[in-house]
Design a protein around this ligand. Structure first.
Ligand SMILES: [Zn+2]
Length: 108
């Protein structure tokens, strides 16, 4: 015998961390990376900027034989699936909540 008038167990609204893609970038590793330790940070930045201009020229005339490595890099962030803010939590009386919207944190 089943009593259908009984309310199903109360469901507390919960939030979960979800990882979402926020950007895709192409990462280029120039062939002279192994010599970086000899230079100052400013010199390295300037050197990379020069190399980037040269790579642009290479793409235009595509005659260079230098090995260039291109990688697609995923930029992700973990957010609350309820409020979409960065996933940060706080705990009160042993219960963990989303710091963004205050819903109880469920198991991820
Ligand atoms: Zn939230």
């Amino acid at each position: 015998m089943t009593d259908t008038s009984v309310t199903p167990e109360a469901t507390v609204k919960q939030g979960r961390p979800v990882t979402r893609l926020v950007d895709l970038r192409i990462v280029v590793d120039p062939p002279m990376a192994s010599t970086y330790w000899r230079r100052t940070e400013e010199q390295r930045i300037r050197e990379l900027e020069v190399w980037a201009r040269e790579l642009e020229e290479f793409v235009r005339d595509h005659r260079s034989q230098d090995p260039v490595s291109l990688t697609v890099e995923r930029v992700t962030e973990t957010v609350c699936d309820q409020c979409s803010r960065k996933w940060e939590t706080y705990t009160e009386d042993g219960v963990t909540y989303c710091a963004g919207c205050g819903v109880q944190a469920g198991e991820s």
